[in-house]
Design a protein. Structure first.
Length: 312
């Protein structure tokens, strides 16, 4: 791999500064790891790997993720000319999110919209009674969905899934879904912001009923994913677009592997660091540290749980 002239030897771990998005359904008090929002401006999402996120520290401080990917496409996106592949967010719903649906890759490509949007949700915290809506309670046609939207009964047709901290939920493209209040979610998705809003619980926002129904699957494989214990870590979900694993940092070191692939680390608390032959970098909780795919062997040390996100 030929690196940019700024650094011919190593890129090294890259810490990204989150970008916070105001949402009508968001919260006015964020977890302690983040700066608090301005009064009257509720935050619904923290985008952790947005292309406009900038590097926090080091030789690339102030450089955007989009520019890092342009300079080092093999290390950040797995190939020349590729874009950064995955968008990672934390979500803080104070109210129900809209009932929505996303196209798959083929549908998005046919519309000239790039990637589709398959995603997964790792539940970081959940109050008693917290639930998600995934798909429909029973068989339903597109015409029946349209009628339920028109008469305000779509909410009654949805299939509800109670969740607790530590659950992983897979949401394939085409699945009608909604996230309820009382939880905090770590979302991993294809890098796409295509959302078709079918129903919004009476909020006066635009709906995309025709476009949404055109990509809606009335049956899907979305749902809870059982964790699988692997050698040295737990696999939370694996799909064609992403794998998400849970590691426990140890004083003896927990080897990450995947030396040739870009990886993203999300620490749930303080106390963990990532190490290589070049040294050690502390993991700032609830941010993403990107490990470029440049052949470096990394391991986790210290204490605490760390979520690792990578392409398959």
């Amino acid at each position: 791999m030929v690196l940019d002239s700024l650094d011919r030897e190593s890129i090294g771990p890259v810490s990204l500064r989150p970008i916070f998005s105001e949402r009508v359904w968001g919260v006015e008090t964020l977890p302690k790891w983040y700066a608090q929002p301005e009064a009257g401006k509720p935050v619904g999402e923290a985008w952790l790997t947005a292309e406009t996120c900038v590097v926090d520290v080091g030789q690339f401080a102030g450089v955007s993720l989009a520019e890092m990917t342009r300079r080092f496409p093999e290390a950040f996106a797995g190939g020349a000319g590729a874009e950064f592949p995955l968008l990672v967010k934390t979500l803080f719903p104070r109210e129900k999110l809209s009932v929505q649906v996303h196209p798959n890759d083929a549908q998005a490509g046919a519309l000239g919209l790039g990637r589709g949007k398959t995603e997964c949700w790792y539940v970081l915290s959940a109050e008693p009674g917290a639930e998600l809506a995934l798909g429909f309670r029973e068989g339903i046609s597109h015409d029946e969905v349209r009628a339920a939207i028109a008469d305000g009964t779509l909410e009654e047709k949805l299939n509800y899934l109670p969740v607790k901290a530590g659950d992983m939920v897979f949401v394939d493209a085409g699945t009608v879904h909604s996230i309820g209040p009382g939880m905090v979610i770590l979302e991993t998705q294809e890098y796409s912001d295509i959302t078709y809003r079918l129903y919004d619980f009476g909020r006066p926002r635009e709906l995309h009923v025709d476009a949404g129904l055109a990509v809606t699957r009335t049956s899907s494989s979305a749902g809870l994913v059982a964790p699988v214990v692997m050698e040295g870590f737990t696999r939370l979900v694996a799909s064609d677009y992403f794998v998400v694993d849970r590691f426990v940092a140890k004083d003896a070191g927990a080897r990450l592997g995947l030396r040739e692939k870009m990886q993203m680390l999300f620490a749930l608390s303080e106390g963990a660091s990532v190490e290589s032959a070049a040294g050690s970098v502390a993991l700032d909780p609830w941010r993403v540290l990107v490990l470029p795919g440049e052949g470096v062997e990394y391991s986790l040390r210290g204490a605490g749980e760390v979520i690792r996100i990578a392409q398959p």
